[in-house]
Write a protein of this length. Structure first.
Lengths: 332, 81
């Protein structure tokens, strides 16, 4: 077997994802500096969610630009987990970054977002009572059951799931439109601050999210720079450890945090553990042979092929989220 | 069974990204041929439930049951019994 092929067969995907972190951190810091300077801005505004992506982005920005040139915004709303705010404030304080809390609930209330969302949940789940139930949007597990991307509303009472109802297509589309106003409101607030301070808005989307279209166009995707967008989530965790990010932030299950019941990305987006999703995405990106992916993930060839088709379907559906508005270029 | 297949084919011609001028074989993949994406799939499920007065159990929401004209027809026949 040629040496190149033997090396390919021995690929350890997790080692690749966790490797060269010091060099990566240096490269990302350089990227932030180059673009802030290139855009002739004096610093960056970052939406700090209490999650690992914003914690890493904030830390790298402070290291490169200095704490006086970074501004943190905590942007909670009525359905945010309380820990989002406390962990966000904590990391800003630990890094000595100035920050401000700007609740976005009044913007959402002015557009009747909560009321409209409740109406959809009520017609989908007859026993829904907003006084006693928390809600969450979930998809069936993929790896164990291989089921389609069919969204369900889950009702939770006293921490226990008490009902699950399939959403109709029209209701799902309306619900996504309502939910996305949350990220888009945050984008508006971030730009209001960034323009006042002559700062750039620094995004926190990672490569897993970018490839799967797991962000809101003109919401959390509406930013000036995206330092983490070529780092899979697994790599962001490695960066977080290297940068000594608070363990509580690292251990917290990732979530868009837009439902009253904290819904992890594993339950709604990935439908499999993140280390498996990232290895599958890495395998696709580097066109690794099926047997190499089998060896790395421990999954059967059949499951991997199914998962890859599932990923392809997601990429296909979210293509429009990733692309900038196409321009009709004229010849003359 | 044939009338169900024709009904679904008509639905796909009217409501999906299917090119009405191109023939669709019973086992052609709807997703791989760009006829149906995940939203289209949800719309198709709603149509089937309403048109045939059936509920689709969660464990039957598999790619095999929804990715071809034949798979969809078999599913409806099974559930409408």
């Amino acid at each position: 077997m040629p040496i190149m092929d033997m090396q390919l067969m021995d690929t350890q995907i997790m080692d690749k994802l966790n490797g060269d972190i010091e060099k990566l951190a240096m490269e990302l810091r350089g990227f932030i500096k180059d673009h802030v300077v290139g855009f002739k801005k004096k610093g960056v505004v970052i939406g700090v969610s209490g999650g690992v992506d914003s914690a890493v982005t904030l830390t790298l920005s402070v290291q490169e630009l200095g704490k006086d040139n970074v501004y943190g915004l905590l942007l909670p709303e009525k359905e945010s987990a309380p820990s989002s705010k406390t962990l966000g404030a904590e990391i800003c304080e630990n890094l000595g970054v100035s920050y401000e809390e700007v609740p976005i609930s009044p913007i959402l209330e002015s557009l009747d977002i909560y009321e409209k969302k409740d109406q959809i949940i009520k017609r989908t789940c007859p026993e829904y009572d907003p006084e006693i139930h928390k809600t969450s949007l979930v998809l069936p597990d993929f790896l164990n059951q291989g089921l389609l991307n069919v969204p369900y509303i889950k009702l939770i009472k006293d921490g226990e799931s008490v009902g699950k109802y399939r959403l109709k297509a029209n209701d799902y589309l309306e619900l996504i439109g309502l939910q996305n106003v949350k990220q888009r409101s945050r984008m508006i607030v971030q730009y209001m601050y960034a323009e006042k301070m002559n700062y750039a808005v620094c995004g926190t989307t990672n490569k897993t999210e970018m490839v799967l279209g797991q962000f809101v166009k003109y919401g959390d995707g509406g930013v000036d720079i995206e330092p983490l967008a070529d780092c899979y989530k697994t790599r962001v965790y490695a960066l977080a450890k290297y940068l000594n990010v608070n363990e509580e932030i690292i251990r917290r299950p990732p979530s868009a945090d837009t439902w009253s019941h904290y819904t992890s990305d594993e339950d709604f987006y990935w439908r499999m553990p993140i280390h498996v999703m990232d290895q599958l995405l890495y395998g696709q990106e580097h066109q690794l042979p099926l047997e190499v992916i089998e060896k790395n993930t421990g999954l059967s060839g059949e499951t991997i092929l199914k998962a890859q088709r599932h990923i392809d379907r997601i990429k296909d559906t979210t293509e429009y989220v990733r692309v900038a508005a196409p321009i009709c270029s004229l010849d003359s | 069974m044939e009338h169900i297949k024709n009904d679904i084919l008509d639905y796909l011609k009217d409501s999906s990204f299917m090119d009405a001028n191109i023939g669709l074989k019973d086992n052609d993949s709807l997703t791989q041929n760009g006829i149906m994406d995940s939203i289209g799939l949800l719309e198709l499920m709603d149509y089937i439930c309403e048109q045939y007065s059936i509920e689709i159990p969660e464990d039957m929401l598999t790619p095999e049951n929804f990715d071809s004209l034949q798979g969809i027809t078999d599913l409806i026949v099974k559930l409408a019994k």
